[in-house]
Design a protein around this ligand. Structure first.
Ligand SMILES: [Zn+2]
Ligand SMILES: [Zn+2]
Length: 339
């Protein structure tokens, strides 16, 4: 099939204004890039933060989207790991330098010169995307395109947050039961942990959803669970959840903030942090986080629940996410033949 010269994309031209449908030129892959026919692309809360101008200096105009699933159409001259026809997934981490202090320490997620898909480089809200060969993943075959997409950020960054909660955390709280939580709750239950799900006060639907996915308890974020937590992960972008999570976390426990942006954290009494409780954030992902999650997901097996939207409806999907109308993850179906 000949490769077209133009593609349709949903583009952020200016933060604070809705995405617009544009025709964009299709570029040839650089020597280490693959050109991907996008089948599906997940919609992530980070896309909302970019759209709302809460993250500094995005590329503009920008094609957002960093949960990209598609097939390789063409490869650059130095690409070795992939060939045309391979199914690949492209995550948030788009490129790292390999030589800065952080890359040399194995913390490529903190690379000084990192590029991020759908933020500093164009992403997957488009019919085609370019990605560096070293930052593409092979995807487990049991997942259709739309169901694989949420694994690539909700799954990967969720999994990194889960790892940071610590191996010994048997009683694990999850605050905010959206796309990341619905994946991680399944992994945690599979690994024999007790999951306590905290939702927006009164969100009975999300609480039922959490129980269905294996949570032993689900309730309001203001409620006190029946047991103290060994660790908690906060996925909701709400700073006030940090003291709320500390309040129900046992001595020596960890509160992990899994999002890229949060509202301000209110002041709280030191006794909530006292007794060696730890608050930490998680930034981005490393490729090994990705490999681990993609290896464990089919064993669980993690099932992702998705609501599908056509590419042109990206603004609707983002608005539904903002309004908390989703159970699981929103996914743009870019190619009508996507699985
Ligand atoms: Zn680096
Ligand atoms: Zn994301």
């Amino acid at each position: 099939m000949p490769i077209p010269k133009q593609m349709r994309a949903m583009v952020i031209e200016m933060p604070g204004t809705p995405l617009v449908l544009r025709q964009m030129p299709l570029r040839k892959p650089e020597p280490e890039q693959v050109l991907i026919r996008v089948h599906a692309c997940g919609v992530c809360r980070t896309d909302l933060h970019i759209l709302d101008g809460e993250l500094p200096e995005p590329k503009l105009p920008l094609v957002p989207g960093h949960e990209v699933v598609g097939t390789v159409l063409e490869i650059g001259e130095r690409v070795e790991g992939f060939s045309a026809g391979d199914r690949v997934g492209v995550p948030w981490l788009g490129w790292t330098c390999g030589s800065c202090l952080y890359c040399r320490k194995g913390q490529e997620n903190l690379c000084e010169h990192a590029q991020f898909t759908g933020y500093t480089i164009d992403g997957g809200y488009a019919e085609y995307a370019l990605a560096h060969q070293k930052y593409c993943f092979r995807l487990p075959s049991g997942y259709p395109d739309t169901e694989a997409a949420p694994l690539l950020c909700a799954g990967l960054i969720g999994y990194r947050s889960y790892r940071m909660a610590g191996e010994s955390a048997r009683r694990l709280g999850i605050f905010g039961f959206g796309a990341a939580a619905h994946i991680i709750a399944q992994v945690a239950a599979y690994q024999g942990r007790n999951v306590y799900a905290f939702t927006k006060p009164g969100d009975v639907e999300a609480q039922q959803f959490a129980r269905r996915l294996g949570a032993v308890w689900a309730g309001d974020s203001t409620a006190t669970p029946p047991d103290e937590l060994d660790a908690a992960i906060i996925f909701a972008p709400v700073g006030a959840l940090i003291p709320a999570a500390l309040r129900v976390t046992a001595k020596g426990g960890t509160v992990v903030c899994g999002g890229i942006h949060m509202s301000d954290v209110p002041s709280f009494p030191y006794r909530l942090l006292w007794e060696e409780r730890v608050v930490r954030s998680v930034a981005n992902l490393t490729r090994s986080d990705g490999e681990e999650l993609l290896a464990v997901a089919p064993k669980v097996p993690v099932r992702t629940e998705v609501r599908r939207y056509p590419l042109e409806q990206a603004n609707v999907a983002l608005n539904d996410l903002r309004a908390g109308k989703l159970q699981g993850a929103a996914v743009l179906v870019v190619d009508p033949h996507a699985s």
